[in-house]
Design a binder for this molecule. Structure first.
Ligand code: ADP
Length: 397
């Protein structure tokens, strides 16, 4: 990778496409941006350079922009802003790689066809992840594209961590726990030993707390258990997702309340979690600023469930050496970190209240010097992980 070589990372969701550009062997971030509100209302584009200066902006009033149109715009924009840089690879975040994809892979028509078979496992996300791959394949077929999977980091979990207690033939159909947010956890596992070499072989509980939220038990850099399972609705309560639910509730909703599949799905994915409990907002900042008791109740439920999962993951690890907070809530909510650490005192967690309240920027330790469990804040950086994987694959080719 030469100084003028660049890697573009695409993270495409249901209504947005985020992109980042990294340049040179050190993978310096040179540009990042996003198109939001695809398929609805006014789609908006903004791009910023590494210093945060706006280098591009656009709006599409009254037209429902598709992924393909969005990608066409982004490819044109990238080409006109390359500034002498050469795109050597495009890396994509892909939510599901099933059992087969246990690491990053070069994407071509055959792999795409294979991944399309996994759409029933992640119907809300996978089609949106794959759409930009197809667009780039059509517009710039010579540029290598690399797929990085949110499930891959968890593929090596012990069999019992992956299994549901269902009949073997159902398990054989792929109904098992996969785990998600794997690129975030892989990034955490890769930087933690650089922050503290003593943690290279540690038993770590990492909490990625954003709009989607999960926790992962990492033993010496490898995932051994996670709170998300077959889908990304399991585990912790999230912005709008309910998290773990007695499966009997689903039967009750359908049989007794007459809800159909679409209504239950909407309830579990879009109307629950912080939004559902509070009735106010899915946004942690809004809830923390509210004095409505329902806001407090939603936050407290999230904290309680994080604590319960911590016990479960500690059991899977046989002890804990470090706790890591990441994601928009984990990185920014001083109060939530304080409450979670208070509840985890039984594990040997001793938070340094001052360091916690100092709103650490970047990677920072926030536990007391003599805390048995080291507590760290590590800002999520899935994009850099994807760029690193893409670089490794193109250099190995
Ligand atoms: P996504 O999962 O969509 O990438 P983020 O990781 O950006 O989301 O996390 C979004 C969440 O982070 C929201 O609930 C938001 O309120 C919360 N958040 C962001 N900044 C703060 C803050 N300063 N204090 C508390 N919560 C915050």
């Amino acid at each position: 990778m030469l100084a003028n070589d660049s890697i573009i990372v695409i993270n495409a969701g249901s209504s947005s496409i985020k992109f980042s550009m990294y340049s040179g062997a050190a993978l310096d971030l040179t540009m990042r941006g996003k198109i939001e509100n695809l398929y609805s209302g006014v789609a908006r584009f903004i791009a910023q350079d590494a210093q945060g200066a706006v280098v591009g902006a656009n709006e599409w009033p009254d037209s429902a922009l598709t992924h393909e149109q969005g990608m066409r715009f982004l490819v044109d924009f990238a080409q006109s802003h390359l500034d002498g840089h050469r795109v050597v690879a495009v890396g994509h975040r892909i939510v599901h790689g099933g059992v087969a994809y246990s690491g990053p892979v070069r994407l071509n028509a055959a792999v795409l066809a294979d991944l399309e078979k996994l759409i029933p496992l992640a119907p809300l996300h996978l089609p949106h992840n794959l759409a930009p791959v197809r667009s780039v394949l059509a517009m710039a077929p010579h540029v290598p594209q690399i797929g990085c999977f949110d499930t891959a980091f968890h593929v090596g979990q012990p069999a019992e961590a992956q299994a549901f207690a269902l009949p073997a033939e159902i398990t054989a159909m792929g109904v098992r726990r996969y785990g998600f947010h794997g690129l975030s956890y892989e990034y955490i596992a890769s930087v933690l030993p650089k922050a503290d070499a003593g943690l290279a072989h540690a038993r770590v509980i990492a909490a990625h707390l954003g709009n989607g939220a999960s926790m992962c038990a990492i033993d010496a850099g490898r995932s051994v258990a996670s709170t998300m399972g077959f889908t990304a609705v399991d585990g912790l309560p999230m912005g709008t997702r309910c998290g773990a639910l007695d499966p009997g509730v689903v039967l009750y909703l359908m049989q007794e309340l007459g809800m159909d599949v679409a209504a239950v799905q909407k309830l579990m994915y879009q109307q629950s979690g912080l939004l559902g409990v509070s009735g106010i907002s899915s946004d942690m900042r809004t809830l923390e600023q509210s004095d409505d008791p329902r806001a407090r109740q939603a936050i407290d439920l999230m904290i309680y469930r994080i604590g319960r999962e911590m016990g479960s993951l500690a059991a899977a690890l046989g002890g804990v050496d470090a706790l890591v907070f990441s994601g928009g809530i984990g990185e920014n909510s001083v109060a939530l970190r304080a409450a979670v650490c208070r509840d985890a005192a039984w594990l040997g967690v001793q938070l340094d209240e001052q360091r916690n309240a100092a709103k650490p920027q970047g990677i920072a330790r926030i536990s007391k010097a003599d805390s048995k469990v080291a507590v760290w804040v590590i800002p999520a950086n899935e994009e850099l992980m994807i760029a690193q994987h893409a670089l490794d694959l193109v250099e190995a080719a």
